[in-house]
Write a protein that binds this ligand. Structure first.
Ligand code: SF4
Length: 254
């Protein structure tokens, strides 16, 4: 969908200058999704390449080699970390495996929904950092059936979400990784108990970022009191909790 440089606005590496490679396509339907344009792909899809001289449009269907050229155009220094985001980049495991060796000394950070542990296992060793955006099932609409293989359909029930979440957390435990939970307004603290328990049991050492939802598409952000209550609850569960809003939104960065 796009390649551009900016500052990371979320998670463990917030504030770090990075090249963002946004891959289109996502079967999930988060109520507060701020990139719904990433959900669908089409044969005519185009990508924005934002280079220092301006933005140009290209066909979105590229090989890893072509994507690597765009990344080098956006950051000629060859040093910036590449944040692979979406959409849900785990839809494109083969592409990521092809891209990794082309990026040389650049770090590769993966931003994913944490719902597809099998796909993660294919690319995990190709990533220097994984940021898992853990989902509260009550924030999720029905996923689209297309995208992932029949072997790994997107979760729909609470039990499926929990199984996927726990497997995902176990895979990233002990690695350079973090978890994020977008906090929408109006949810009781209890709604997060199971998720906190899963982090506490499967990856207790990972930092957990509570990210107040940016109000979009009718979804509400939380009050300060709701966030404080939730943070206290996560701390009681023994989690390494931090509260961090989307910095790139506050700074009006891409
Ligand atoms: S996983 Fe990401 S791209 Fe997909 S619906 Fe949720 S927020 Fe949007």
């Amino acid at each position: 969908m796009e390649v551009f440089s900016s500052f990371q606005g979320e998670g463990l590496y917030a504030g770090s200058p990075q090249v963002f490679l946004r891959l289109g396509g996502c079967p999930l339907r988060c109520a507060w999704c701020d990139t719904p344009a990433s959900w669908e792909t089409s044969p005519e899809a185009t990508a924005r390449v934002r280079v220092p001289e301006g933005t140009r449009s290209e066909s979105a269907w590229v090989s890893p080699e072509e994507a690597k050229l765009w990344i080098d155009e956006v950051d000629p220094s060859g040093r910036m970390t590449v944040s692979v985001t979406g959409g849900e980049p785990l839809l494109w495991a083969e592409f990521l495996l092809g891209l990794r060796p082309l990026l040389g000394r650049r770090r590769v950070h993966l931003e994913t929904a944490g719902a597809h542990p099998l796909s993660l296992s294919r690319v995990l060793d190709a990533c220097d950092h994984v940021s898992a955006d853990l989902k509260l099932p009550l924030d999720m609409g029905s996923p689209e059936s297309s995208g992932f293989s029949a072997e790994e359909p997107s979760p729909t029930t609470d039990a499926q979400w929990q199984r996927a979440r726990r497997a995902f957390l176990e895979s990233i435990s002990g690695r350079d990784a973090c978890c994020k939970v977008v906090v929408a307004g109006g949810h009781p603290v209890d709604a997060y108990s199971e998720l906190f328990e899963d982090v506490s049991e499967c990856a207790p050492e990972l930092p957990l970022f509570l990210q107040p939802a940016t109000p979009v598409r009718g979804a509400e952000g939380p009050t300060r009191e709701e966030v404080a209550e939730l943070s206290a609850s996560a701390e009681r569960s023994g989690l390494r909790v931090r509260v961090l809003g989307q910095l790139h939104r506050a700074w009006r960065l891409p």
